[in-house]
Design a protein around this ligand. Sequence first.
Ligand code: NAP
Length: 247
Amino acid sequence: MILEEQTCVVTGASRGIGRGIATELGSNGANVVVNYRSSESEAHEVVDEIEAAGGRAIAVQADVADFDAVASMGEATHDAFGAPDVLVNNAGLTIDKTFANMTREDWDRVMDVNLGGVYNCTKVFFEDLKDADEGRLINISSVVGQQGNYGQANYATTKSGLFGFTRTIALEMARSGSTANCVAPGFVETDMLEVVPDRVQEKIIERIPLGRFATVDDVSGIVRFLASKESSYMTGQILGVNGGMEW
Ligand code: NAP
């Protein structure tokens, strides 16, 4: 129970990687705020799963791109568990198109969620993380932010942006003994990968030295480590979890 008495907010925790992170943190003793935007029943399943394992959790609806909604999530978090110790900025989406076909709307929505959401959530919980006994900010980026990827100019830009954000916030949090780190997964078996055509998936696998996609568990274990006191002397780092892909 290495996260006993810790409160963790996980954005985009109704499905995929965020769901895996929420259940992993919950099963290690944390109180978990399970944020979601539209998948209400899935978010409640995550809460049930954490409670069935003996933990405590609440589901909170908020579009991370909406500052007022995130501020309300901040209030709900304080009401349920007090100030959080850990924020995992995981919520993200793709709108894939070649740049020639990408509209300003496609660009803006991905910016608003993947970077605007990170601003909103970090802003709302920033003082809590600094005041915590070793607060933790963990941003979920992507190998795509390191390598770029055909048809993902908007998404890759947001995921690269998290590197500069993480390193800067790490400096601004350091005096308080809190840390900020970034996890850059490779290609992970979730709904996000499901929409990639099979022939493209086969080509991607050829580029992965370990010869397989990541599972959600491959990523959630790293986040559990970063959330724990075991990572006390790591800050401003980018951890690749990508099966050995070069960047
Ligand atoms: P996913 O299966 O599509 O799940 C996305 C999650 O984010 C859902 O819980 C969704 O909630 C939530 N979400 C989306 N927009 C939101 C918003 N505006 N406000 C709040 N929640 C929102 O995606 P995933 O594969 O787990 O990806 C999770 C993170 O890992 C993303 O940041 C992604 O960029 C990153 N990542 C994924 C991969 C991959 O290969 N899958 C690789 C590297 C990095 P609702 O369903 O409730 O809307």
